[in-house]
Design a protein around this ligand. Structure first.
Ligand code: PMV
Length: 307
């Protein structure tokens, strides 16, 4: 038997513009995770049990774009082994389609578990590269930030196509994560932004540049322990995400409730159009924001500490 886990993630600053070459900052969220377990079986072939989706199937019957079938196939190709005589069970506490990186976490956990089943260990870089290939099935032009932050399990300052930079905040800080309850597709959100950019490249390029500047200033704020500045940059980032068309009334309800409850800043995180909202908080506001969100209908609230 072999198993492996991978955490969820949030994007603190810079989603969407990161697809267009701007920097972004993401951190892992260890309160939620995907778990892949592999057991040997007597039967030839590979049996997949996607427990959360209520689906059990033979890998041979999986469609070419099936994410679990694909990550198992790619990992076995990388290890130069023929996948057979095992059962894979995948479970995840990361809600699907809420911007918390559930797809990338499932891929990373499964790739690592398959490697362990064959007595091997994947490096973070190898796990990230394999998961990236599956991310391209979810939406055609992933920046690679999800698979990177999840495979490395540490805060990243990320620019597409470059090795990521590790960054450390001056001190640990807290982020409250609230689920709007609205499932949203990253593919749809990314396509919407691309259509906007095609229709008005000048306006969108200016917005992406401004997001890039916010991300750089936010990195300096976090590294310098200037939480107030980092918070107001988070809210500034939210206004820019509204301008590129990926916010929603549910997101704005949570953003406004967080600010009224004393958050230093708040924004959507991930693809948007639903999913999760994040708020940067000091100790005093943490509980107030969590309660305010539950009062306005957030489906789930997590407090995470960024170390
Ligand atoms: O997978 P999500 O919903 O967390 O979105 C990832 C972030 C985007 O910038 C919207 C897309 C990408 O590939 O970077």
């Amino acid at each position: 038997m072999a198993n492996a886990t991978a955490p969820g993630k949030i994007i603190l600053f810079g989603e969407h513009a990161v697809v267009f070459g701007k920097p972004a900052i993401a951190v892992p969220v260890f309160q939620v995770h995907a778990l892949a377990t592999i057991e040997p079986s007597r039967e030839p072939g590979v049996w997949i049990d996607a427990a959360d989706l209520g689906r059990r199937y033979d890998m041979a019957d999986a469609s070419a774009d099936d994410p679990l079938g694909t990550i198992i196939r790619l990992t076995c190709e990388r290890l130069r082994v023929v996948p057979e005589f095992f059962k894979v069970r995948v479970q995840s506490t990361i809600p699907i389609a809420r911007g918390l990186g559930s797809g990338a976490a499932v891929s990373v956990a499964t790739a690592r578990a398959v490697a362990r089943f064959y007595g091997r260990e994947l490096s973070a870089d190898q796990a990230s590269a394999l998961a990236y290939q599956v991310e391209t099935l979810h939406h055609g032009t992933p920046s690679g930030i999800d698979n990177t932050v999840i495979a490395y399990g540490q805060p990243v300052y990320f620019v597409r196509g470059r090795p990521f930079e590790a960054f450390r905040s001056a001190e640990p800080f807290s982020v409250v994560i609230g689920d709007t309850g609205v499932a949203s597709s990253t593919r749809v959100a990314v396509e919407r932004v691309r259509c906007g950019w095609e229709a008005d490249p000048q306006r969108f390029d200016a917005l992406f540049n401004e997001i890039g500047e916010v991300v750089q200033a936010a990195r300096a704020g976090l590294e310098g322990g200037d939480w107030k500045t980092a918070g107001s940059l988070m809210s500034h980032n939210q206004r820019l995400l509204e301008a590129i068309g990926v916010s929603s009334p549910e997101i704005e309800r949570l953003v406004n409730a967080a600010l009224s409850a004393g958050a230093l800043g708040a924004k959507l995180s991930g693809g948007g159009l639903g999913g999760n909202v994040i708020a940067l908080v000091d100790k005093a506001a943490q509980e107030r924001v969590a309660s305010a969100w539950l009062a306005v209908g957030a489906h789930r609230v997590i407090v995470t500490r960024v170390e």
